[in-house]
Design a protein around this ligand. Structure first.
Ligand SMILES: [Zn+2]
Length: 307
């Protein structure tokens, strides 16, 4: 693995180089550091810890944007190294952080999991210590004020954090160009909420935005537009399929996996099902399709108004 560095975003706000945009805020007066998310595993966060301690700082807390495994995999290592570590998360995120075996259920991957049961048990040693509201507001880690920005859409209860340097760490509310170039199907579980979060992000006055998959950006307008285009394409593809022929969720998933040339594996299937369900939900909300049960099968079809 490459050497990880702390890249200065603005003032005391940093982002870790490499695949995972872990945030680091260094409080110069107290020589303490706050991590924003903790990476996928001990190996990554250990390197981050080394960079932080090289500068003479101690990690005081980790604040979580949401509860996906790649965002909290470093907690156990941090807790062992810093026994007084505070772990902050919203109630919804902490549900997944403290019960990582539930994540595959959320993705509906048929119970397949990369997390072994003993790792789940060990996670009981790195429980969330401080619950955050999912609504906008301010909280303090020791004396450092952070602003919570509610950003639902990708994962329930997802939030971003604004540091005193006006840098917003926005988790997976947006994905960076690398992800957008290789992935046409974006992971959002509530598209309406995601669109609202995009609008909110574009209207905020900030020095920079940090994406967990993509790093730091001065502005995000063109990224947002790329997200909207990809979402529109997926939605139009599904609507056309459904208009052509009444379809079940499984048939839609099959067509999407074919279109994007996804490999046949349980995790990919589970993720795709979860994403397609959110698109179908939006098409239903907008009355572009209807749902009915026919002979025990849930079928989506053209709505009467569009015939
Ligand atoms: Zn995520």
């Amino acid at each position: 693995m490459d050497r990880l560095e702390l890249i200065e975003v603005a003032g005391n706000s940093y982002v870790v180089s490499g695949k995972y945009g872990i945030g680091v805020y260094l409080d110069r007066s107290s020589k303490t550091a706050v991590c924003i998310d903790s990476g996928p595993n001990a190996a990554v966060i250990e390197k981050v810890c080394t960079r932080i301690s090289d500068r003479g700082y101690q990690i005081l807390a980790v604040v979580h944007t949401h509860g996906h495994a790649v965002n909290h995999g470093g907690n156990l290592y941090l807790k062992k190294r810093f026994p007084n570590l505070r772990i902050y998360a919203t109630h919804l995120a902490s549900f997944l952080i403290e019960n990582p075996h539930l994540e595959p259920l959320v993705f509906e991957a048929g119970g397949e999991s990369d997390t072994k049961p003993d790792q789940n048990k060990e996670n009981a040693d790195a429980l969330v210590t401080d619950y955050l509201p999912s609504a906008d507001g301010i909280f303090h880690v020791h004396t450092i004020p952070f602003k919570i920005v509610s950003l639902p859409g990708h994962s329930p209860g997802m939030v971003g954090f604004v540091t005193p340097d006006h840098v917003l760490y926005c988790g997976d509310a947006l994905f960076g160009p690398k992800t957008l170039n290789k992935q046409d199907l974006l992971f959002f579980n509530d598209l309406r909420a995601a669109r609202k979060s995009f609008k909110k992000l574009s209207m905020m006055k900030l020095n920079a935005y940090v994406l967990y998959h993509g790093g730091a950006f001065k502005t995000v307008t063109s990224l947002i537009n790329k997200h909207l285009t990809l979402m529109k394409d997926t939605s139009a593809f599904l609507e056309a399929l459904i208009h052509e022929q009444p379809s079940t969720l499984e048939q839609l998933v099959q067509q999407v996996m074919k279109k994007y040339k996804f490999e046949d594996d349980l995790h990919r299937y589970g993720l795709t099902t979860s994403i397609i369900r959110s698109y179908v939900k939006e098409l239903l909300q907008e009355k572009r399709i209807v749902a009915k049960v026919d002979n025990g099968l849930l079928l989506f079809s053209k709505s009467a108004a569009t015939i």
